[in-house]
Design a protein around this ligand. Sequence first.
Ligand code: ADP
Ligand code: MG
Length: 356
Amino acid sequence: MSAMITLDNVCKKYGDFIALKQTSFEIRKGEFLTLLGPSGSGKTTILNLTAGSASPTTGRILLGGRNVTNEPARDRNIGMVFQNYALMPHMTVFENVAYPLLIRRLPSKEIKAKVYDVLERVGLKGFESRKPRQLSGGQQQRVGIARCIVYSPKIILMDEPLGALDKNMRDQMQEEIKRLHKELGTTIIYVTHDQEEALNLSDTVCLMNHGSVVQIGRPQELYYAPKHQFVAEFIGESNILEATPTGTEGLLRTGDEVLIRLPAPPVGGGPFKILIRPEKLRPVGPDTAAAGQANVVRGAVEFVSFFGGMTRLTLRRANGSLFHAKRISDQGAADAKPGDPVAFSWAESDMVLLKS
Ligand code: ADP
Ligand code: MG
């Protein structure tokens, strides 16, 4: 498979400050890659370097195998979609979308046909003569997307495009972006700090922190096989226990005497960090929770959060730490109340050993 975008040992400094540490990765043709990470982790820096609005301090950038490191932005033919839409307020929807084609000096008949086609694609047929201020946030972002796809760029960069929208509109627009990506087959780099958005949209998620890539992989890989505590905590909810080997093979113990039996004994002396996802916990009765049982935590219900289809239960353990359990809501079942004693168990195969 051919690489559409290559970052080859790219580093970006502003004075002494390193915005992006030495980074290398490849994005396949047609791939949807999301840069996910907290604010300031270097996501927009990667977009700027790819687009050519910033140049790397060291390293090379290749598009379709061609070294464009020293090529200006206008020669890269990359489409951009921004969080603040960046529409021209005095122009109509039609004029905004037609603008990139006017610059490219296409004949007016062709411009008209292309603009009408993309407006239909993004669900804005009939809105041609409106001004941006006469549109909702979601509609304005559809204009932003239409203006980007109208000239069929091979690469589209999107920087938190749904950041200004409310949750329902974000969910709807995520589905539209997925559909457009499937229809157009364009290579996309998408930036967000919203982990659910990243998991839902992407072929590949690249998790960033402090100017470095922490882990890059399929959404399922980052969720089920996080390599580090940062990944486990940034993506999804997590329970993390720290434990050391007991001397019995495969059996570990936490500081507060929770026994852990791993499917295979870990290499080294520990302490080891072990991740258990909240949805993997099963409530167990007092017998199973008796002392000496492995893979059980006990505590008192701290609070119960009902989210409709899902209920989240937080338990406080004797050592004061919190543990989270999630389950599908059950209308008939009596809900646990704060203060109730509870115990939860999990399967050996549901544990993930973290590196750090
Ligand atoms: P993100 O998009 O992940 O929030 P950015 O890539 O925009 O983060 O920024 C990464 C870091 O680089 C931040 O600490 C930011 O303050 C810094 N930075 C970005 N652009 C500049 C610049 N032009 N001058 C100095 N520092 C910058
Ligand atoms: Mg940013």
